[in-house]
Design a protein. Structure first.
Length: 376
């Protein structure tokens, strides 16, 4: 089977409401979807969206142009030779652009392999994938009342785990008040996770977390900047709260450094950050070998990126923590003909082969970004 055509769709999809983290707010998610077609007519889908936040809009046209330049190199390339050809074609691209383009094509190639084999991607990743995985709800509202209301909604919807964005309050006391309000609203039986996105230092993290062990916090995600491995270990040892490494997990080498420094109990695996499904598998194997838990999450992706993360999560062992996949509803459209659905805190693998998803062509047209209109 040989590759014959590559197409990409730059998109700009608004969030349903402003998305807030400790780093600021966003109104629109900019990204790029990619399609690879073979000489036998099999199509594989991928997502090459940049990391959300500052610079994503500016990176979008460069990623799309890199993908279009790669198309010539891949034309006529046998499927099993595509990864090496892709690396050579992207050798001179800027690192963030090359990483995003490689991610999109890695996902598309896995989709192609699975479609050609007539099985879901998850079945290529492990012998018996789970049919559905538990997922956490996400609360980003910076106010106490808004966060409390979101917690009530998540609990009533059947979520058994909730992740609360923190690091936005003016003082440790204000942080604890918001955490306490959410914990109280969730009640028993719902796990609470905190995510500071690296906005605290170790002293601030310990000051915020010193009283929360009694509230049953499952873990705190990236409490300090990703380069501060000593700080991550200090938070673990100084609070008794488990630590999850997120922004610190940029590749397998970085993941190994985190584990060797005893900086985390959990590794957060983001396929669109690590470079797709292939490098994510390497990080997952490393984590499980070292006794760490794995939580696969999206980067506020469109539906194709969420589907890729879902298949990875379905290949994790039974008993793995709830995964961070319930994010597509934050966008006005996930660009899929049949959206991925969360029911009672569970996300089910879509029926069908490959990623199991198809694009909504009308939505692609509605949210398309023309390169001539995009910033250079």
């Amino acid at each position: 089977m040989k590759l014959r055509a590559l197409r990409c769709w730059p998109f700009a999809v608004p969030y349903r409401t402003l998305y807030a983290t400790a780093r600021g707010t966003s109104a629109v998610r900019y990204g790029v979807l990619v399609s690879v077609l073979t000489d036998s007519g099999v199509e594989g889908l991928g997502e090459a969206s940049p990391y959300p936040g500052v610079g994503e809009r500016e990176a979008q046209p460069a990623i799309a142009n890199a993908l279009r330049e790669v198309a010539a190199a891949l034309d006529g390339c046998p499927l099993d030779e595509a990864p090496a050809v892709l690396d050579r074609a992207l050798a001179r691209a800027a690192a963030p652009v090359a990483s995003a383009a490689r991610t999109g094509l890695d996902i598309a190639l896995w989709d192609l392999r699975a479609r050609a084999a007539g099985v879901p991607v998850a079945a290529l990743l492990c012998g018996r994938p789970r049919e559905s995985v538990p997922v956490n709800a996400l609360i980003a509202d910076p106010t106490v009342d808004g966060a409390r209301a979101a917690a009530r909604e998540a609990r009533d919807a059947g979520f058994r785990a909730v992740k609360l964005k923190v690091g936005m309050a003016a003082s440790p006391e204000a942080e604890r008040a918001r955490i306490a309000a959410v914990r109280e609203e969730l009640g028993e039986g719902v796990a609470l996770r905190l995510d500071a996105n690296g906005e605290w230092d170790a002293a601030r993290a310990i000051a915020v977390l010193r009283d929360v062990t009694a509230w049953g916090v499952e873990y705190v995600e990236q409490p300090v900047p990703p380069g501060d491995l000593d700080g991550m270990r200090a938070v673990r040892e100084g609070t008794g709260v488990r630590v999850a490494a997120d922004e610190a997990v940029t590749d397998a080498g970085a993941a190994r450094s985190v584990l060797e420094a005893r900086g985390a109990d959990v590794l957060v695996v983001k396929p669109l950050v690590l470079g797709g499904i292939t490098p994510s598998l390497e990080v997952i194997r490393l984590a499980l070998e070292r006794g760490a838990s794995v939580v696969v999450t999206t980067t506020l992706d469109a539906g194709v990126g969420v589907a890729a993360a879902l298949h990875l999560a379905a290949a994790l062992p039974e008993g793995s923590p709830a995964q961070g996949l319930a994010t597509a509803h934050l966008l006005t459209s996930d660009l899929l003909a049949a959206p991925l659905v969360v029911e009672r805190g569970e996300m089910r693998l879509p029926a069908g082969v490959g990623l199991g998803v198809t694009l909504d062509r009308e939505a692609l047209e509605q949210y398309a970004v023309r390169l001539e209109e995009a910033p250079a």
